[in-house]
Design a protein around this ligand. Structure first.
Ligand SMILES: [Zn+2]
Length: 472
């Protein structure tokens, strides 16, 4: 029987990555990500799987971002008990992120249950709890990059550097069930970029017959990563010299560590002539930073050298990592210039809201946006420089300066995606585009066809395809 590929999540959307390879009645999932977005819709998707979880044999994780691993504890809660493969750094980071996600799920259910009880409705269960995460983490099996391992009989896999976040990988799968020759599938995961801080550059995509390719920025050209240092230093110096605070909403895992590293490098290079406090106000960032420190094996050459030189590249002289809520509140009483990194990255929830509330009305301050801000988020309204913004139900005048640096993006842009996939033209039978909004996917499909790929499809959710062996 030919193998089949079934697309479940991140089909014509960005979140909820999960794809299934079916072979001789068995199945292996590539990622098992959380769906984010409109609440009711995401909730329903987060409880649905492409087949009975007890009958899925194994999961291979490309990386630890929550839209790639965040549904695993639910899979386990519903009966999955197979191995979950990932690189050592991915397994360690996923453990931290899933634990944080369980906390959010439990708090969310408590919040809604208060309202439901008042209405006389039955309480809802959280999607998963801390115990489900513990059971999930016990299933993790660490696999080093570039080492092939057997997943189920007839299906082997290997992980290759994706250069997108700590531990991130591209997954290469070889199916050999004895009938036709081997069939090779490459799942890009999220593709990073050359020149990103801390991370090694993405490895060339392994040769394959079928390519499952992300398309987040399939139609967009973002600035190159190396452009950012001078602009970042200028924004810091300018704000500090005005006696202001620089507020940076940033994702706790990945972006925060890159910014701390960059700040540290700029201090030592003299690009920031005076030492100002650098505050990292996020307990999750603190735990993720510990995972970074435990995995120097995945740092690039510059970061390794800097780490050896300084003893700890993520710890500089004037940084303060804040865990406690009271310490966080105490920051509002401090008037000296400082840089504050806090979550969430899109300003929807978390401590960043308090920092914004206390600082947006002061023209001396700057808000620096370094990540993608989805439509309808507070982050997007700040990017649009709306005159007034609503925080905790109250309107505030946006008088602080707003700066945007897009070069910190860890996703390959359109040109980089073409460059990464181009060597596979003429070898790949079919390209499946996933993990993108439809306009980005259409744009990338057109560019890939132009580049010479003959068969590029954009699968729908739950669509499946037969894999007919290798190219003749
Ligand atoms: Zn990612």
């Amino acid at each position: 029987m030919p193998a089949k590929l079934r697309f479940h999540g991140a089909a014509r959307e960005v979140t909820g990555s999960m794809h299934l390879i079916e072979l001789n009645g068995r199945s292996v999932a590539l990622d098992c990500g959380l769906n984010q977005g409109r609440r009711a819709e995401a909730n329903a998707k987060n409880k649905s799987f492409p087949r009975d979880p007890a009958k899925i044999d194994a999961v291979i994780l490309s990386h630890a971002h929550i839209d790639h691993c965040g549904k695993l504890p639910r899979l386990v809660k519903e009966g999955f008990s197979g191995p979950v493969y990932g690189t050592p750094a991915t397994c360690d980071l996923a453990a931290v992120l899933l634990d944080d996600s369980a906390k959010i799920q439990v708090e969310d259910a408590e919040y809604w249950n208060k309202k439901r009880v008042k209405r006389g409705d039955d309480p809802i269960e959280p999607l998963y709890t801390h115990e489900d995460v513990e059971a999930t983490v016990r299933l993790f099996r660490k696999r080093d990059l570039n080492m092939e391992f057997e997943v189920i009989p007839g299906l082997r896999a290997s992980l290759h550097e994706a250069g997108h976040m700590l531990g991130s990988s591209t997954v290469s799968v070889t199916i050999d069930n004895g009938t036709a020759g081997p069939t090779r599938i490459v799942y890009t995961g999220d593709i990073g970029r050359r020149g990103l801080d801390i991370l090694r550059d993405p490895a060339p995509l392994p040769p394959c017959d079928y390519l499952i390719c992300e398309s987040t920025y399939g139609g967009r050209d973002t600035s190159p990563p190396e452009d950012m240092t001078d602009e970042f230093a200028e924004i810091i110096n300018d704000t500090m010299q005005r006696g202001g605070k620089l507020i940076i909403p940033a994702f706790a895992v990945g972006r925060t560590q890159v910014l701390v590293y960059k700040y540290h490098v700029m201090l030592l290079e003299g690009k920031i002539p005076h030492h100002y406090p650098l505050i990292v106000d996020s307990p999750l960032a603190l735990r993720a930073t510990e995972v970074f420190k435990n995995h120097p094996e995945v740092f690039d050459r510059e970061a390794s050298a800097f780490n050896s030189l300084t003893g700890d590249m993520l710890r500089c002289k004037h940084d303060e990592y804040i865990e406690d809520v009271e310490q966080s509140k105490a920051l509002h009483k401090r008037n000296e210039p400082m840089v504050i990194l806090s979550t969430s990255g899109m300003c929807e929830v978390g401590r960043i809201l308090h920092h914004l509330k206390n600082n947006v009305e002061n023209y001396k301050n700057t808000i620096l946006i370094v990540g993608y801000q989805a439509a309808h988020t507070l982050g997007r309204r700040i990017v649009e420089k709306q005159k007034q913004i609503k925080i905790f139900g109250e309107m505030y005048d946006l008088k602080a300066r707003v700066k945007v640096l897009t070069g910190f993006s860890a996703h390959a842009n359109a040109a980089e995606l073409i460059e990464a996939t181009q060597p596979l033209v003429g070898h790949v039978k079919k390209v499946f585009l996933i993990h993108g909004e439809v306009d980005q996917q259409d744009a990338l499909a057109a560019r890939m066809r132009e580049a010479g790929f003959k068969d590029v499809v954009i699968p729908e959710a739950n669509q499946s395809f037969e894999l007919n062996g290798a190219n003749p």
